[in-house]
Design a protein around this ligand. Structure first.
Ligand code: IMP
Length: 192
């Protein structure tokens, strides 16, 4: 029988709510230090760090990461999707662009998970063409073993050594499970 209890559909939890919160606060502290005293800031006008959330997966992580940073930040949202079959592998399409210009700004792209690397590499190039002061990348989960193209990732929450399709804390399978407060692997009977 199909369970309507989301947690009952999870085979195993990889990262608990507490572990995610702890790691998010560590990342927020590191990013804050880097852009305040650490000399990472390149914005000639001294404006706050500009966070960019990649919808929809990074929404939950970005909300927690931004709130763990005790300094002024701005943020905007962008949405991309992968092209379906029949196109070049890794082709990425912009679905919703930023609403604000990033020219001259220090930009930190916030991603839920980096898999092949195509999405983040597309965005980095897209943003670099807009003449920002700097572009860096923060991801909560990095599937290092799955990388198909090289891409620079500056802040990593957790590395997934072994390949696994994960859900929860913003990440979905067929648009479900984003509201689970932890990250886990689905039971096979819930994957079609
Ligand atoms: P990439 O372009 O292959 O690096 O894909 C990155 C995107 O694929 C992420 O932003 C996610 O939306 C999605 N993705 C990759 N692996 C997973 C996973 O294990 N669970 C949920 N979404 C995933």
């Amino acid at each position: 029988m199909v369970s309507i209890d989301l947690a009952a559909r999870i085979e195993r939890v990889l990262f608990t709510e507490e572990a995610i919160a702890r790691r998010t606060h560590e990342l927020a502290a590191q990013i804050t230090a880097d852009y305040t005293t650490g000399g990472f800031a390149r914005d000639a006008a001294g404006r706050p760090l500009f966070l960019v959330c990649i919808l929809r997966g990074a929404l939950v992580f970005m909300a927690d990461l931004a709130r763990a940073m005790p300094v002024p930040v701005e943020y905007d949202l962008i949405s991309v999707s992968s092209y379906g079959n029949g196109t070049a592998p890794g082709a990425v399409r912009l679905v919703k662009d930023l609403q604000r210009p990033i020219e001259g700004r220090d930009v930190l792209i916030v991603e839920d998970i980096i898999d092949t690397g195509y999405t983040i590499e597309y965005l980095r190039r897209n943003f670099e063409a807009r003449d920002p002061a700097s572009v860096r990348v923060c991801t909560l989960v990095d599937k290092v073993a799955r990388r198909e193209i090289q891409t620079q990732v500056d802040y990593i929450g957790f590395e997934l050594e072994k390949d696994a399709f994960v859900v929860g804390y913003g990440m979905d399978y067929a648009e479900l499970y984003r509201n689970l407060p932890y990250i886990g692997v689905l039971k096979p009977e819930y994957i079609r």
